[in-house]
Design a protein around this ligand. Structure first.
Ligand code: FAD
Length: 454
């Protein structure tokens, strides 16, 4: 046992430590079945315990990687045999729900879906939502500034966090547990930690905004023959639904066919249309909301923009529509990308990407889907070839953004995976300021070293 593991065991007791040997029985992440490598995993039961873990690691020059549900897509939570892992799985309580202010205080190890279900029991909606909801943690979602399917209406994690508590590399506890919407008292320190992927501090507790639980929910899957028709429908639904449109997910035919092929979820609409959209609106008046929703869809059909549609009539039918978007494992393996760019440039981008992939090799293809109202596209590039040509594929996907005002990461973050490409989306001055911040908060480079920036 290394010195630092012995000191951590003496301080916290053996029950709080998972040994290197036992860690190798666990997968590296949701995406990577290789064994987890680390000196040990430590499971603090409180902020004070985490602070003492960090003080010990600081004194030993020990690197630390924070892990949540290990669902992150850019290898941000991956550790090496030289690291100590900190997991907040024991700090998973929903401490309080203030129903007058619509605010909850949550420990960072709580699973997203558990939080959603708990606050729903109090009549509230926690709107950040995406396919990994059953495994990812609030701390991981804060650290990656996760987005998902409701960003259009409620924003990303950054928009719903009011305050947080974080432990720095040297064990200092920064408690910035603001509970108000308004608090202009100098620099907004919580924003430093949101989206910093565990490189500036370990988030332990979070104050989040809650929203009234919608009474009505109307969902549709429809098909369009052109991207112009898709964007027209987005505009019409945004205006016609007076701000209650909460999701507008677009799937290109290539993605839809791939996911609904044998073994995947059943196809709610026949294959072969160029574009499929899942739109969802949430409101407060079931009868009037459904009538308005259907009237807008009828207008879409009369204009010819919508060429086929299915309206789920039960939660089970709604789930089967959403499964096409979320249960994409059957379409893997592939390189998964997450880029953002203005809607006006998306068609150009996808056409350019298809051409450059074919110019590279004739069996290369892309499957595209995404939260287009947020300017966010996800792309599967195939063939995967066991990861053999990752860099070439990255270069093509990111290179095609050139001149289109895009970003190499919309919502997944940078981690290790996108670090070499960060300079395509950030200026030299911005990167220097990021490095200065890292040096200030973590001068020994102990927190999640090698992630986001060098
Ligand atoms: C099926 C699927 C669908 C997904 N869909 C979406 C989507 O639509 N939108 C989207 O934005 N993302 C999506 N994701 C990825 C998303 O980023 C993660 O699911 C989630 O935000 C990470 O949470 P986690 O607890 O798993 O964190 P991990 O993967 O364990 O960690 C992610 C990063 O956060 C850091 N970290 C974890 N906990 C803490 C903490 N307490 N303090 C500081 N740093 C910490 C880690 O070091 C790492 O850098 C999806 C993932 C999957 C598997």
């Amino acid at each position: 046992m290394s010195d630092v593991v012995q000191v951590l065991t003496d301080e916290l007791g053996a029950a709080a430590i998972v040994s290197a040997e036992r860690l190798r029985e666990r997968a590296t992440s949701y995406w990577n079945a290789a064994p987890t490598e680390a000196k040990c995993l430590v499971r603090p039961g409180s902020t004070a315990e985490l602070a003492s873990i960090m003080r010990i690691c600081h004194a030993h020059g020990q690197t630390v990687v924070a892990q949540g549900g290990k669902t992150g897509i850019v290898e941000g939570a991956v550790s090496t045999a030289a690291d100590v892992i900190v997991s907040l799985e024991r700090m998973n309580e929903l401490e309080s729900v203030d129903t007058s202010d619509g605010v909850a205080v949550i420990q960072a190890g709580a699973v997203l879906q558990t939080v959603q279900e708990h606050v729903a029991g109090e009549g509230f909606l926690f709107p950040v939502d995406f396919g990994a909801r059953g495994s990812c943690t609030i701390g991981g979602a804060v650290a990656t500034n996760a987005g998902g399917i409701n960003v259009l209406r409620y924003g990303m994690m950054r928009n719903v966090v009011l305050g947080l508590e974080a432990v720095l590399a040297d064990g200092t506890v920064i408690s910035s547990m603001n509970q108000m919407l308004k608090n202009n008292t100098g620099y907004d320190l919580k924003q430093l930690f949101i989206g910093s992927e565990g490189t500036l501090g370990i988030v332990t507790r979070v104050v989040v905004r809650l929203f009234p639980m919608p009474v009505s929910r109307d969902t549709v899957m429809f098909a369009c023959e052109s991207f112009a028709a898709v964007t027209r429908q987005l505009g019409l639904l945004k205006v016609g639904l007076a701000g209650t449109l909460s999701a507008f997910e677009v799937m290109w035919e290539s993605f839809y066919s791939s996911v609904t092929a044998a073994g995947g979820p059943p196809a709610p609409l026949e294959r072969g249309y160029p574009y499929y959209v899942i739109a969802e609106a949430e409101g407060a008046d079931p009868g009037a909301d459904a009538e308005r929703f259907q009237r807008l869809l009828e207008e879409g059909m009369e204009s010819g923009d919508i060429v086929d549609a299915v309206l789920p009539k039960s939660e089970a039918e709604r789930r089967s529509v959403w499964n096409v978007r979320e249960e994409f494992d059957g379409a893997l393996p592939a390189y998964l990308y997450d880029v953002s760019l203005p809607i006006r440039n998306m068609e150009t981008y996808v056409a350019r990407l298809g051409e450059r992939l074919l110019a590279w090799r004739e069996d290369a293809s892309c499957e595209v889907f995404g939260h287009i109202a947020d300017g966010n596209l996800h792309i599967f590039v195939k063939p995967y070839d066991d990861g053999g040509h990752h860099e070439t594929s990255d270069g093509i996907v990111y290179g095609c953004l050139d001149g289109l005002d895009g970003s190499i990461s919309a919502e997944h973050g940078i981690g290790i995976d996108k670090r070499p490409w960060l300079g395509l989306s950030r200026s030299a001055d911005e990167l220097n300021l990021m490095r200065e911040l890292k040096r200030l908060l973590d001068p020994q480079n102990l927190l999640n070293p090698g992630k986001v920036i060098n």
